[in-house]
Design a protein around this ligand. Sequence first.
Ligand code: DQA
Length: 142
Amino acid sequence: DTIYVLNGPNLNLLGLREPEIYGSDTLDDIAGMLEDRAHDLGLEVDVRQSNHEGHLVDWLHEAQAEGAKAVLLNAGAYTHTSIALLDAIRSIRTPVIEVHLSDPMTREEFRHVSYVGMAAVDEVKGLGAQSYVVALEKAAKL
Ligand code: DQA
């Protein structure tokens, strides 16, 4: 089974970007951690990143079309703005788990709303890079 790991805007700069908030691991580092854990769990991961909202919508549709077991979605700032992502998650049967490195609820008020969270089956946040690994373990159990 394959788990799609979809990452939104600015996550290509992980490791450089506000490391005091997001940590020093790059997205490639996280992809490596996920590949190792997926191997142990008998799963495969397909890790992608885009700064473009529509790409994330297309990849959610693709996850369903390709029969992915689940999607881990860190939609970055689109989490807090994107009705299109909310609708896309509602448009597929593939379960989506919301992921964040930081805990948006402890940050600025504009991060307190999550459109992704309105449709996701679960969420993992505030654990840094480990958030992705914990989310993968949850996806394995779905
Ligand atoms: C984030 C939290 C979002 O509020 C922010 O816009 C991001 C990263 C996180 O992983 O902590 O880009 O999704």
